[in-house]
Design a protein around this ligand. Sequence first.
Ligand code: UDP
Length: 340
Amino acid sequence: MAVMVTGGAGYIGSHAVKRLLEEGETVVAVDNLFRGHAEAIDALGAVKPGTLHFSETDINDKAAIVDLMTRHSVDTVMHFAALAYVGESVTEPLRYYRNNAAGALSLIEACDEVGIQKLVFSSTCATYGEPPKVPMAEDTPQSPINPYGWSKLHVEHILKDYAEACRVAGKPFAYAALRYFNVAGSDPETLIGEDHEPETHLIPVILEAALGTRDKIMIFGTDYDTPDGTCIRDYIHVCDLIDAHVTVMNALKPGDERFYNLGIGKGYSVREIIESVKRVTGKEFTVEEADRRPGDPAQLFADPTKINTELNWSASFTDIDEIVRTAYRWFESHPNGYTG
Ligand code: UDP
């Protein structure tokens, strides 16, 4: 049996591939390489004891996905392939609905054709929109405020209806929707890492400023209703995030439908992240205060109680400096990403 990892050449998907290979799994990584990196797949080829098969395939190509699933006896899918820029989703919503919603629908149709038994879906706290309160548990109303969040919520709904139809038909299907908070850090061995073009995420942007590949960092908004006036987010290490995926995948039993928020349960402000990067790198850099970025809620952090009590899972990286340190190691050793 094998695990298909969609988006396997991307930041989060590649960390999933590495972990599954280390667990001895046969992994079928698929990626259209639009934002994924062939270099990540090359690096992952050496990870043992599992076996890696890679195919440059788009998840919208149902026939190709069915063929891969059949040839490699795939029984489980981890679905990461998606576009993930909130701002871009506002200016290009159709692209987000095509890639994230229609792409997932096509993938789920392929799963149905082949009889896939487990699917772990990469969802997001963006499905909650502006939360009425923090920390956020899984029963927070889901009311997205941008097309990215909607595109992911649509997939949660498709999975819910499909799982119910499977239950009625007696088909052994189970799924989990994992709602990520801010994913950060990189593989501590720096075999793979975070390489986005364009890069807009806070920790990589600050590290680029610290390393001198960017002239300054802008704080988007200093007048939020938070202790230091800047936005608060919950940063979960990518390896912890993947550890949670493996835990959930192993726990899924036929007929299961699970939802978990993935965060560490503690929020850090933009200023606190800047201070952490200064401590970790020992470097000074220019910080400028700028206007708020449209669509940014003041505070987002998870209540991780559900996964903790149901699956006895919690994040192992709880110190922000440790998370930033793994990201720093990657950016220091790969100042130009995978190309250098
Ligand atoms: N942020 C910032 N400057 C930057 C990038 C991000 O002040 O150059 C802030 C952003 O406004 C948000 C937080 O950092 O409050 C995290 O942003 P990021 O884009 O990393 O993740 P998001 O929470 O939007 O998914």
